[in-house]
Design a protein around this ligand. Structure first.
Ligand SMILES: [Zn+2]
Length: 225
């Protein structure tokens, strides 16, 4: 896809996310990796609802600004996830309400935040990791993401919001939406003893769709790490 087309895609998806209330004010940011190693990134203090394709930040392969407005301050989040997820071509970060709410729950397993509630959450998002709270822009959050060693395409920042990588911008956006819907379902059914997908049903999805492995035991803990 040409850079001009990618700029239009970023604007279109960003507006769609904003208009559905998935990230308020000037929160949230999107990046796309380009074939030359550079990036397109949404600018700092810009609402995702009102982006101008010509003013999207253009970085070179070394991360220097070579066009457009100054980039989001949350660049370190994106850089760390690209660094550890080799196949990632796009990243979406939102301050979406239900995902943020789930990040504050006391019982959360940091290596598998959400139970297998639906097939699409397993297929599109996979396991989601939780990293602790850091002040926005603190470079330590990037170290926390690097510490996950690329095992997760979806990471939830405690008291902040999700960061999700995809092979395409469309895949990253859809996975972020799926994560938010799953967080909402989790909150709606929390305490109601919902019937989860069984381990056999999850194994079937992992095998059929060639997904990354899901923790095997019934409590959802990952004993490999
Ligand atoms: Zn943020």
């Amino acid at each position: 896809m040409s850079e001009a087309k990618l700029r239009e895609e970023i604007v279109r998806f960003a507006r769609s996310l904003f208009e559905r209330g998935l990230t308020p004010g000037s929160s949230g940011n999107i990046s796309v990796r380009l074939d030359d190693g550079g990036w397109l990134v949404t600018p700092t203090n810009a609402s995702l609802g009102f982006l101008d394709p010509a003013r999207i930040s253009r970085l070179d392969a070394e991360g220097r600004l070579v066009g457009g407005d100054a980039p989001t301050k949350e660049i370190p989040l994106h850089a760390a996830l690209y660094e550890t997820r080799g196949s990632a071509r796009a990243i979406v970060h939102l301050h979406s309400t239900h995902s943020v709410a789930v990040s504050m729950l006391p019982e959360i397993d940091a290596r598998n935040v959400l139970p297998p509630l639906t097939a699409y959450s397993v297929m599109r998002v996979g396991r989601t990791a939780l990293v602790p709270y850091y002040r926005p822009g603190d470079p330590a959050v990037a170290d926390a993401i690097r510490g996950l060693a690329g095992r997760y395409s979806a990471v939830l920042l405690a008291n902040h919001g999700p960061v999700v990588a995809g092979d395409t911008l469309e895949a990253a956006v859809y996975a972020t939406e799926e994560l938010e819907e799953t967080a909402k379902l989790h909150l709606l059914t929390r305490g109601l003893n919902p019937r989860l997908l069984s381990p056999a049903q999850v194994r079937d999805l992992v095998a059929h769709f060639k997904l990354e492995p899901w923790p095997e035991d019934e409590h959802g803990h990952d004993h490999d790490h």
